[in-house]
Design a protein around this ligand. Structure first.
Ligand SMILES: NC(=O)c1ccc[n+]([C@@H]2O[C@H](COP(=O)([O-])OP(=O)(O)OC[C@H]3O[C@@H](n4cnc5c(N)ncnc54)[C@H](O)[C@@H]3O)[C@@H](O)[C@H]2O)c1
Length: 354
């Protein structure tokens, strides 16, 4: 079988990870790379076999005609990149969370992907970590009984963390469908974040899912510490409670399950080199065997809509039913409506960011 030709756009931190791990998978060959920074192109081009290179993604894509169009740019140019991928004739788009910054952009992307029929996946690659896998295995074995609650806390801001938290909790509960969301937000400092991951500094939210499952989420500087984890950005607690116990993963340090059969604990830490190969291999399986990727766009879009409904609850008050019925620029609305009131962070380390 000839290898799938891969183009990677945006050669920063995550672009570098994608180039590396597409290169190590036997089914893929990175044949094109693009960044607006020539130095980033030069640094990676020398590791590859005469790739097509350039600073204009459309020009490179039309010349290289990739099978897989992967982009790892910041969140502000999603629909532009999706348009280029479709125009280039790619079979699959691999991109980074978040789906988009606003529902106006998100809905546009959804339509483009659905109308073209192109496959698309988002990088929720933490799920391939052994501690995440262990928690999923314990829960699916029935050891904690019937799930009634899923929950996550993360100290990073929501444009970085919300879709991750929603994806892993929904995975643990076998992807329940959201019915309504109720939430509030605090703190405007990250609404003008230089990394373009515009977010309120803190969200607290309840989500009602089908099957009577309740979701509880806290994301940002008001979220509690996860003391067993040292690295600030990895202080996430993600779990499920059932009729017979609970199981939870800590992104930066292991997992714990309390069940009728006993207490189970073990190691594990989020690590790109450990987590990326499984994510890339599932892309190959979708292309080769038609086995749908667990991080596929249709699934990711549900995470995105739940997260955006949290903002709607702040604007409209009360419970917001899903799916959402209209689109808007949530970031502009947050900027207009939120008071200039600093958040009260939960622990000192979070003051460095908020
Ligand atoms: N899945 C994860 O665990 C994870 C972790 C970190 C970041 N991310 C996501 O990955 C994405 C990228 O983050 P990053 O940390 O790699 O950012 P980065 O700033 O390191 O890299 C972005 C790159 O895109 C390039 N770029 C910008 N506009 C471009 C354009 N029009 N054409 C070509 N290149 C362009 C920049 O020059 C830069 O090199 C973000 O959406 C972020 O949320 C995901």
């Amino acid at each position: 079988m000839s290898k799938y030709k891969v183009m990677v756009v945006g050669l920063g931190k995550r672009g570098g990870h994608h180039v590396k791990h597409f290169c190590t998978h036997p089914d893929f060959k990175v044949t094109a790379i693009c960044d607006i920074r020539q130095d980033a192109i030069d640094a990676i081009a020398k590791e590859l076999d005469s790739p097509v290179t350039g600073t204009d993604a459309r020009e490179v894509a039309l010349a290289a005609k990739p099978d897989v169009f992967c982009f790892c740019t910041l969140p502000d140019i999603r629909s532009q990149m999706i348009g280029i991928a479709i125009e280039s004739g790619a079979k699959l788009i691999a991109f980074e969370k978040p789906v988009a910054l606003t529902t106006t952009e998100g809905a546009k992307i959804k339509k483009m992907i659905e109308d073209s029929g192109i496959k698309a996946v988002l990088s929720y690659q933490h799920r391939y970590g052994p501690h995440y896998q262990k928690v999923a295995e314990i829960i699916s074995s029935g050891a904690i009984g019937d799930i009634h609650t899923i929950y996550a806390t993360a100290v990073g801001w929501s444009t970085h963390m919300a879709e991750h938290m929603l994806h892993y909790t929904r995975w643990f509960a076998n992807y329940p469908v959201p019915e309504w969301v109720m939430a509030n937000v605090a703190g405007k400092c990250k609404l003008s974040s230089p990394d373009k991951h515009y977010s309120p500094d803190y969200i607290g939210a309840f989500v009602q899912y089908t099957g009577g499952i309740r979701g509880i989420y806290e994301i940002g500087g008001g979220a509690p510490d996860v003391p067993q984890v040292k690295k600030w950005f990895h202080k996430n607690r993600i779990g499920a409670m059932g009729t017979n116990g609970y199981a939870e993963v800590y992104t930066g340090n292991g997992y714990k399950a309390v069940t009728r059969e006993g207490i189970f604990e073990g190691p594990g830490a989020m690590d790109y080199d450990q987590d990326m190969p499984g994510y890339i291999d599932d892309i190959a399986k979708w292309l080769n065997e038609g086995i749908k990727h667990p991080c596929r766009f249709s699934n990711a879009y549900t995470n995105f809509e739940i997260w955006q409904a949290m903002y709607r609850s702040y604007f409209e008050g009360g419970q917001i039913s899903l799916p959402l019925k209209n689109t808007m620029d949530e970031i502009e609305e947050l900027k207009k409506r939120m008071p200039d009131k600093k958040i009260m962070v939960t622990f000192d380390e979070s003051r460095n960011e908020y």
